[in-house]
Design a protein. Structure first.
Length: 300
C-alpha cells in the first residue's frame, strides 16, 4: 500500500475530483493510471480532501486543497464499471413532456444508499440541468439496459400513470438465455403468481416453484417468442404484460432458460445481465398518434 499526497494546482482548479486524482497520480506512478481506475479509487473511498474521505467523483476540487490517495488495489475490486455520461444518443424520444431514455447497463434507475454510485435520474439531471423535473413511472433493474420512460412535465403524470395502470404501454425485451431444456417452442406464455422469496437479496419465485398457495403471490403474465436458437444459448423476445419485479428473469429461469449473466436465477457468468428493453409503444391522449420507440443499437 502506498500513500500519495498533493495540493491541487491552479491548473486543476474546479476540476472533478476523479480528474484531479488521475492528473496527479499520472506524474507519480511510472506505468501511469487510467481515468477509469482513478474514478474507481474515488468511489471505493481511497481518496481524501483535506483529510476527509470523499467518494463523489464529480465533486469540484479547488486550488490549494490537499488531496490524499491511499493506493490499495483490493479496495477497488467491488467497483467494476465506469459509466460514461449520457449523450444525445441515449435520448430516444422527448416530446410533449414524455421522455424515453436508452439506459446503460449497470446503472440503477434511482439513487441507492451508496450516494457515490451513478443512477439514471442523477445522470438525467446532469444532462438536462439540475432543475429539470424528472417524473419516475417505472424502473429497470440496474443490470438491464434499454428503453425506460419518464415525464419532464408534471402535467403528463396522470396520463402516463394511466398507461401503466391499465397496461396500455407495450414493452418488448430481448434476452440472451442459456438453454437448459430439450426443446423451445416458437412462442409461449407464462401466467403465475410471484412472491418475494429472499428479502435480503430481493429474490423472487413463483408460488408453484416454492410450493406455496397462490393466494400469497402477485399475478404475473409474460409472453415469449423464440428469435434464434444457437448451440447452448438462444435469443428470446419477451413481452411483460404485467410489471412485477424480476418478472421476465424469473419466468425464463423457471422455464429452463435462465438469462445469461443472471447469477440470481442460475444464468451462466457474463460481463452483464443479457436482458435489454428493446422497445416500448403507447398511444397519445384522446386517441392520438401511436408512439413507438426502439433502441437503435442492440448490445448483444
Amino acid at each position: 500500500m502506498a500513500t500519495y499526497s498533493f495540493h491541487t494546482p491552479k491548473a486543476l482548479h474546479k476540476e472533478r475530483f476523479d480528474k484531479v486524482v488521475h492528473a496527479l497520480l499520472q506524474k507519480e506512478i511510472p506505468q501511469g493510471i487510467s481515468k477509469s481506475l482513478a474514478r474507481k479509487l474515488v468511489m471505493a473511498g481511497a481518496c481524501y480532501l483535506n483529510g476527509s474521505r470523499c467518494r463523489i467523483a464529480s465533486k469540484p476540487v479547488f486550488e490549494g486543497i490537499e488531496v490524499r490517495v491511499v493506493f490499495k488495489p483490493e479496495r477497488v475490486e467491488s467497483v467494476r464499471f465506469d459509466i460514461a455520461p449520457l449523450t444525445k444518443e441515449n435520448i430516444l424520444y422527448h416530446e410533449n413532456g414524455i421522455l424515453v431514455v436508452d439506459k446503460p447497463a449497470h446503472v440503477p434507475t434511482v439513487p441507492t444508499v451508496d450516494n457515490a454510485r451513478d443512477n439514471l435520474v442523477s445522470m438525467l439531471k446532469a444532462f438536462f440541468g439540475k432543475d429539470q423535473y424528472i417524473g419516475i413511472h417505472h424502473r429497470l433493474d440496474a443490470q438491464t439496459s434499454g428503453c425506460i420512460l419518464f415525464t419532464t412535465d408534471e402535467r403528463r403524470n396522470a396520463f402516463v400513470f394511466s398507461l401503466f395502470q391499465e397496461h396500455l404501454i407495450q414493452k418488448k425485451y430481448r434476452a440472451l438465455v442459456h438453454v437448459a431444456r430439450e426443446k423451445i417452442p416458437p412462442a409461449w406464455e407464462v401466467k403465475n403468481q410471484l412472491v418475494r422469496a429472499e428479502k435480503k437479496k430481493n429474490r423472487y419465485h413463483s408460488t408453484e416453484f416454492l410450493k406455496l398457495p397462490d393466494t400469497e403471490g402477485s399475478f404475473a403474465f409474460s409472453r415469449f417468442t423464440l428469435l434464434e436458437k444457437r448451440e447452448t444459448t438462444a435469443l428470446i423476445q419477451a413481452e411483460p404484460v404485467t410489471g412485477r419485479t424480476h418478472q421476465l428473469r424469473v419466468h425464463l429461469a423457471e422455464y429452463g432458460l435462465p438469462v445469461v449473466g443472471d447469477k440470481f436465477y442460475g444464468g451462466p457468468p457474463a460481463e452483464r445481465l443479457m436482458l435489454h428493453a428493446e422497445s416500448l409503444s403507447f398511444r397519445e391522449e384522446n386517441g392520438g398518434r401511436e408512439v413507438v420507440v426502439t433502441t437503435t443499437k442492440l448490445p448483444f
